[in-house]
Design a protein around this ligand. Structure first.
Ligand SMILES: [Zn+2]
Length: 466
């Protein structure tokens, strides 16, 4: 059938829908680039709401082309309004190779499709992009309202992420973009489940985001443990996800802890760990305390910098975050997923330092690290003050870690394109490391990436892993 769009264009799409849901039926476009969703019974405000999402609140638009391309890749934004034969919306078709997030977090599915386990570094990237997407929506004053494992498509091997179902976006407080759903089972915030509030909000989205991040990283739900609240399964669900919701890893109340808990959220270290505590301990029933999307983004970015690769080639998840080791001399470590010993070598870690305001030449650790894993790379945002990677930031590789020139041996930092790189041992003056030259990462050695006070410094720590 030929459908007419509000802007006067037309589109040829299949006569029969390939899917039908509660509020509409979806038809593929003949050219294969999009789908058209027709609403079964469009509400009186639906047309104005779609118009607002497409024009006033369009989160994929940016002055910078690079940024616009980035958001188009991760937010499935409606592309047009269909006016004839009846009200509908044109939605871009998801890129090939993406599946519903449910495939990557459901043990039953993963047992049958072990390839969907993917790897942990891609999972971390999915978590990061989900946080970025929600930050972007909230920056425009929008709430997704149905964020769930059905409405995020991803690839657990390469980390691609695509948030869908944007035609249901809600503008809290605005009469034209109203919530029509509470959300999906398992993702609805406790205050909505227990009917303390009636409408999804930015804060209920933040609950769903925390649940999804926990699930993609740990392959289990943070609230569905062993505790039974009522014999009636329906009442039980309302209680365990609503007024009596309890984190399965609660530090003082173990009543909802599953029989097997092979790994803890604590393996993510103190930064991401504190956010899980805010989301599922302090903020579970106090929405105002829930971590904001930008906090997730910042901490998940830091976590990508401490990933190491398991030594077991058959390890299911393949990489894990290096624990925050307190001892400076040596440590015994294991892969949290397969228990393979992680040791028999030394590892260099850069501890980032920020200049102290008003005290020239004084630097303090800012709590973030970068593991000098062979082939690991430094980008502009590593050395910049307070920066995190953004879609528009220069992604040029500035320096690479490598155990050149002799292998295996000490780790070096090879200056690819850093205009300014200096190194110094304690008590010794700074020495320039020009482009195409390398500096050995020795314990206690300092690295400087720009004029003092304009960039972060790093102090190298070398640990012996037994
Ligand atoms: Zn392993």
């Amino acid at each position: 059938m030929i459908v007419t769009l509000k802007d006067g264009k037309s589109l040829d799409c299949d006569d029969n829908p390939f899917a039908s849901g509660a509020d509409g039926a979806a038809h593929w476009s003949k050219d294969g680039t999009s789908l058209v969703k027709f609403y079964h019974n469009p509400e009186s405000w639906r047309s104005a709401s779609l118009e607002a999402i497409l024009v006033r609140f369009i989160a994929i638009k940016s002055k910078e082309k690079k940024e616009e391309e980035y958001w188009q890749k991760i937010l499935c934004w409606p592309a047009g309004i269909v006016t004839s034969p009846r009200l509908g919306v044109v939605i871009p078709r998801a890129p090939k190779g993406l599946k519903k997030l449910a495939c990557f977090i459901t043990p039953k599915w993963l047992n049958k499709h072990p390839e969907d386990v993917g790897n942990w570094s891609a999972r971390l990237y999915i978590a990061l992009q989900m946080a970025r997407s929600i930050k972007r929506l909230q920056g425009k004053g929008l709430c997704h309202s149905d964020l769930s494992d059905n409405n995020v498509l991803a690839n657990s091997s390469d980390g691609r992420t695509y948030v869908i179902d944007m035609d249901g976006l809600v503008v809290p407080g605005l009469q034209i973009a109203r919530p029509v759903v509470d959300g999906t089972f398992g993702y609805i915030a406790p205050e909505l489940v227990s009917r303390k509030i009636s409408d999804p909000s930015v804060q209920t989205d933040l609950h769903a985001l925390a649940v999804l991040i926990y699930q993609i990283l740990f392959l289990r739900h943070p609230l569905l443990g062993k505790k039974v609240h009522d014999r009636d399964p329906e009442k039980d669900d309302t209680l365990r996800l609503g007024e009596r919701a309890l984190f399965i890893e609660h530090p003082t109340d173990a009543s909802n802890r599953p029989e097997r808990l092979d790994w803890s959220y604590k393996l993510c270290g103190s930064g991401v760990g504190a956010l899980f505590e805010k989301a599922f301990i302090h903020g579970l029933h106090q929405p105002i305390q829930r971590p904001l999307a930008f906090a997730w983004e910042r901490e998940l970015v830091s976590l990508t910098d401490v990933l190491v690769t398991c030594l077991n080639p058959k390890c299911t998840l393949k990489s894990f975050p290096l624990p925050e080791i307190q001892t400076v001399t040596h440590a015994r470590l294991k892969c949290p997923w397969c228990q393979q010993k992680f040791g028999g070598f030394s590892l260099a870690i850069l501890h980032w330092q920020k200049p102290v305001a008003g005290q020239a030449g004084v630097f303090r650790p800012d709590g973030t690290r970068k593991v000098a894993w062979p082939k690991g790379q430094l980008y502009e945002w590593h050395t910049s003050l307070g920066a995190i990677p953004t879609p528009t930031m220069d992604a040029k590789v500035l320096a690479v870690f490598d155990n050149l020139p002799q292998k295996p041996g000490p780790i070096f930092l090879l200056n690819h394109a850093l205009p300014y790189l200096e190194a110094a041992d304690p008590g010794v003056s700074w020495k320039r490391v020009p482009v195409n030259q390398a500096v050995e990462l020795k314990n206690g050695r300092k690295l400087r990436f720009g004029l003092p006070g304009q960039t972060r410094d790093a102090v190298v720590e070398v640990i012996q892993l037994l």
